[in-house]
Write a protein that binds this ligand. Structure first.
Ligand code: MOS
Length: 749
């Protein structure tokens, strides 16, 4: 029997997929009724506070544990002396996102803000005071926090399992044959995620069952990992993560402080809450590591690339191996007959970096897009024209076609809307009415389309409503809303009739909310679950002589607005309510899985594409830079909810502007401490920094990326934007700044 449920063909049947619905969780959030992890107060709750190191390298020689224990209200003090053993060695990295877990292994201090003890008390105040009484003494070693004194190494992998070196063609020969070669060194700083909601957890044990209220981007994966550390079956761990106040990658990976709270709860047989302070988030829960990048680009007489060499020295900790995969941003964007992307690791006395929104793509494309601008300048070609000459029609190295290619349209539409055609080639040509220097710059945006396995369940109920379930995560991106729209479409129901449950690990595995892949991954599972439920329903109706659909089995039915219609005669239809009633069923349950077609994965390169155009204004006397305008055009497959997609692009573009002009963790080289570990001095843009944004949604049908045709929109906005802003600053001032963030002192002669 054939069944018309909208799928990759983008059939709509009047459903709400494609509509700009507002967020399902919006009202709960703005009225304060959304419950975040730290809002939970189970009976008998204890409060935990980590004591953290004030040095970046050395050893804790003493802690006044007795003083802390003697403090009224303090229940327990965990140190390396008494921390209960774990079933899995926390020094042993556990796949798939395996990194060392910092849980009081020993007295060694490896970075500033490293937890060195956990104080548990009846109140938050007592725990905080107890932690202050520990008065740690240290044996201090000189911290290694700059490229000059950290050890270099060849990394086995970059990012999460990425290739440390990609090479095809002869780069040196390509450079030798070039009419012009540009070479530059680019530097990106350490950045910290700074989610509004800190890393928090309420951990509670019942026997060998562990319940966790915690923000989490990867529920099933985390349950399995925690279970292994505690030596219990994965199904014994339940994570409730209905809302996340931002994640950006930092809540996809296990961390020490949260696990210490779990350890304490088990030890004390009482629920334990821990919430990091803002300052404590600068260390043990990941960050974007520094990079020192070198780019060499060869260009021939006609303005085509002859060679592209991108090298990144990426910082990591002294004890683990997450490296910002910056150079890999150059492996899939521009066509060069010779290309080498390579990484070197640098060990510093910092907390281990981790994935942070567009890890590698953000920092790498920042350098690449500035370098491309320099190459265009050297060749005397307009930067957009230069990119049009050089963007890759097929994936560099593999020659695989892109699953869809709307990049040319992104360039064209973005340029048109921005007014790029009237841009003077030379810098320092434009002023505004107040005498500020005006500059226009651009950058190409690109982000891969990973796909995570996921599962979902759809229950059609006798009253014509449905419940759809998947253990996904909404960290603010609007997953609840978009995923419910996908499910409603598959079920042929108005989204208002579909209840969406997510954010609890007991539901079918919703995969990882990361890699900008959540809508595609969990969405496809929901779509398939909805389809499955409708198929069961259709089987009842077409086999029932009392149904107007009887005998339509070979012809097929259409699911729309709570009714099944005969495909050949849409006037003959029956409601879900009627069908279920006559079948004597209270509900039908459909299940769905999500996976990418392996043949498509083999044959096509899958990316979201875009182009970002920036206008900046620079005070000619003071060097102060303001972003005046950002226009981004993005093609990311099928748009489920344009309001949310636009908002994701805005978020990415704002982060890009932030990367270019504001964000930087500044380390005191004497102590190894981050000096601006707070939201007053770790600069992120405020409204006045971002005056006007436009995101153009370029329609794109990609039949290969997944059956829904959906691609990621969360991270791509940062890529392209950083370079666009930096290139606009050059165009305004003539200063080519290769160190981020761009500072006033870089723009004063
Ligand atoms: Mo993101 S860095 O893929 O959560």
């Amino acid at each position: 029997m054939s069944l018309d449920v909208p799928s990759a063909q983008m059939t709509r049947y009047g459903s709400n997929a494609g509509q700009p619905l507002t967020r399902r969780d919006g009202l709960l959030k703005v009225t304060g009724r959304a419950t975040y992890a730290a809002d939970n107060h189970p009976e008998g709750l204890l409060y935990a506070v980590t004591a953290v190191s004030t040095i970046a390298r050395g050893r804790v020689t003493s802690l006044d544990v007795a003083a802390a224990r003697a403090h009224p209200g303090v229940v327990e003090v965990l140190t390396p002396e008494n921390r209960p053993p774990l079933a899995h060695d926390p020094d042993d990295k556990m796949p798939p996102f395996g990194f060392r877990i910092e849980v009081l292994q020993d007295n060694t201090v490896r970075y500033a803000n490293q937890p060195i003890a956990l104080v548990v008390a009846e109140t938050l105040e007592a725990a905080t005071e107890g932690a202050a009484l520990l008065k740690p003494q240290y044996e201090v070693a000189v911290p290694r926090v700059s490229p000059g004194n950290g050890a270099r190494f060849d990394p086995p992998a970059v990012g999460v399992g990425g290739l440390p070196k990609v090479e095809h063609g002869d780069v040196e020969a390509g450079l030798a044959a070039a009419a012009r070669v540009i070479e530059g060194e680019y530097e990106t700083p350490a950045q910290y995620h700074n989610a509004m909601e800190p890393h928090a957890v309420v951990a509670e044990w019942h026997g060998d069952k562990l319940t966790l209220d915690m923000p989490n981007q990867a529920l099933a994966m985390s349950c399995a990992s925690y279970a292994a550390y505690f030596g219990i079956p994965a199904e014994n761990v339940v994570i409730r993560s209905p809302f996340l106040g931002g994640g950006f990658g930092s809540k996809a990976i296990l961390n020490g402080p949260q696990m210490l709270a779990m350890i304490a709860a088990r030890m004390l047989k009482r629920p334990v809450k821990l919430a990091l302070s803002r300052a404590q988030m600068y260390g043990p829960v990941g960050h974007r590591g520094n990079t020192w990048q070198t780019l060499r680009i060869g260009v021939d007489e006609r303005g085509h690339l002859t060679a592209l060499n991108h090298r990144s020295i990426s910082a990591t900790s002294s004890f683990d191996d997450f490296l910002e995969p910056a150079a890999n941003a150059s492996t899939h964007l521009y066509a060069s007959p010779a290309l080498r992307a390579e990484h070197e690791g640098l060990r510093l006395d910092v907390g281990t970096p981790g994935p942070m929104r567009a890890p590698g793509e953000a920092s790498g494309s920042a350098a690449l897009e500035v370098a491309m601008d320099e190459a265009a300048e050297a060749a005397g070609i307009d930067p957009l024209e230069f990119r049009l000459k050089n963007y890759a029609e097929t994936e560099p190295g593999t020659g695989r076609p892109y699953s869809s290619k709307a990049l040319r349209e992104c360039y064209a539409e973005g340029a048109k809307r921005f007014g790029w055609a009237s841009r003077p080639l030379a810098p320092r040509q434009m002023r505004d009415e107040n005498g500020f220097l005006v500059g226009w710059g651009m950058g190409t945006a690109l982000f891969p389309c990973p796909h995570f396995p996921a599962e979902a369940r759809a229950t059609l109920r006798a009253d014509g409503t449905a419940l759809v379930e998947t253990a996904g995560a909404d960290m603010g991106q609007g997953a609840w809303t978009a995923l419910a729209q996908i499910a409603a479409e598959a079920l042929g129901l108005d989204p208002d009739r579909v209840t969406f449950h997510s954010g609890v690990s007991t539901l079918p595995n919703g995969g990882v909310a990361g890699g900008s892949a959540h809508t595609a991954s969990a969405g496809l599972a929901l779509h398939n679950a909805g389809r499955d439920a409708i198929e069961t329903l259709a089987a009842f109706a077409t086999a029932d002589p009392a149904s107007p659909l009887f005998g339509a089995g070979n012809i097929g039915v259409v699911a729309r607005n709570g009714r099944l219609h005969r495909r050949d005669d849409e006037r003959r239809s029956e409601s879900y309510v009627e069908i279920l009633k006559r079948a004597g069923r209270l509900e039908v349950v459909g299940t769905g899985q999500s996976a990418r077609d392996p043949e498509h994965a083999q044959s096509y390169a899958m990316y979201s594409h875009g182009a970002v155009f920036a206008e900046v204004k620079v005070d000619p006397d003071l060097g102060q830079v303001r972003v005046a305008r950002l226009v981004g055009a993005f093609a990311a497959g099928r748009v489920i909810n344009p309001r949310l997609v636009e908002s994701q692009y805005f978020g990415g573009m704002i982060w890009g502007a932030s990367f270019a002009l504001h964000e930087e963790a500044i380390v005191d080289h004497r102590t190894g401490r981050v000096m601006n570990a707070d939201l007053a001095e770790y600069r992120v843009p405020v409204n006045a920094d971002i005056p006007s944004l436009e995101a153009i949604l370029i329609p794109e049908e990609d039949p290969y990326v997944n059956p829904l045709g959906v691609k990621g929109v969360g991270e791509i906005g940062i890529t392209g934007t950083v370079g666009a802003v930096a290139n606009a600053v050059w165009h305004a001032t003539g200063f080519r700044v290769r160190k981020f963030p761009i500072r006033i002192e870089n723009l004063i002669a």
